[in-house]
Design a protein around this ligand. Structure first.
Ligand code: SF4
Length: 232
């Protein structure tokens, strides 16, 4: 990455700070063309971006990190989105199946070493995918967690060596759900059962009233992020 590119991205980020997500997505699609990709775990924000992408840049390569531990409702949502928008989200998986992985480690690592498990089944996979692209887009919002509070609209992702676009950085959970209801966008039915932030089933639980929206992820441990959106 050159200083000129960093400057360009910082200027774009500033210009887009008050832009609505479809405008940001449109800018990213024009700037990076087929070198732009989007990653989604099929949360409401990802579903919203797919909704806009279908109108603005439907040929964008969209992928999901298929760890082998996702809820069946999450994988069914992939099919519902494909039917509605014609966007087939690619399932990018690690080299080993869950059975092979657990055999190799004498049991499920999510119980004993969740950082290693996320590293092997998510981070290594996204690194592999992103080598084919110049920019990636995700649905993170600044108000989701302290880790995400400083996310720029457009910036350089030093971890994966590509530009990163966060079209929903300035949005709130209420605005995302308002859009989903208004536009009848498919969403994960687990959200209606108290699951707010949904990842792999062993590391996700429903939350109760008043809990932080990510409290159901790696509950009972100090871990709050899988590492996709953190600097280290
Ligand atoms: S979220 Fe849990 S099961 Fe999924 S990769 Fe991370 S540790 Fe493994």
């Amino acid at each position: 990455m050159s200083p000129a590119l960093l400057e360009e991205l910082a200027a774009a980020s500033q210009n887009l700070e008050s832009a609505e997500p479809p405008e940001i997505i449109g800018w990213a699609a024009r700037r990076f063309g087929d070198k732009l990709t989007m990653a989604t775990a099929f949360g409401p924000e990802g579903c919203a971006i797919i909704h806009w992408l279908a109108a603005v840049a439907p040929k964008t390569f969209v992928f999901n990190l298929e760890t082998g531990y996702q809820f069946k409702e999450t994988l069914e949502l992939r099919d519902r989105l494909a039917k509605r928008y014609g966007i087939e989200v690619a399932l990018e998986a690690p080299d080993t199946t869950v059975e092979e992985y657990e055999r190799l480690h004498g049991g499920p690592l999510y119980r004993t070493d969740s950082n290693r498990c996320c590293g092997d089944r998510k981070i290594a996979v996204i690194k592999r995918v992103l080598t084919r692209f110049d920019a990636w887009m995700s649905g993170i919002r600044r108000d989701q967690s302290p880790d995400r509070a400083a996310a720029p609209i457009v910036g350089w992702d030093h971890k994966f060596d590509v530009a990163k676009i966060s079209p929903l950085a300035n949005w709130t959970k209420a605005k995302v759900w308002d859009l989903i209801v208004r536009e009848n966008i498919p969403y994960n039915p687990l959200h209606d059962q108290g699951y707010v932030s949904i990842g792999c089933w062993p590391c996700t639980r429903a939350i109760t009233m008043g809990e932080d929206e990510r409290a159901g992820r790696w509950s009972g441990t100090a871990k709050t992020e899988c590492g996709l959106h953190s600097k280290e």
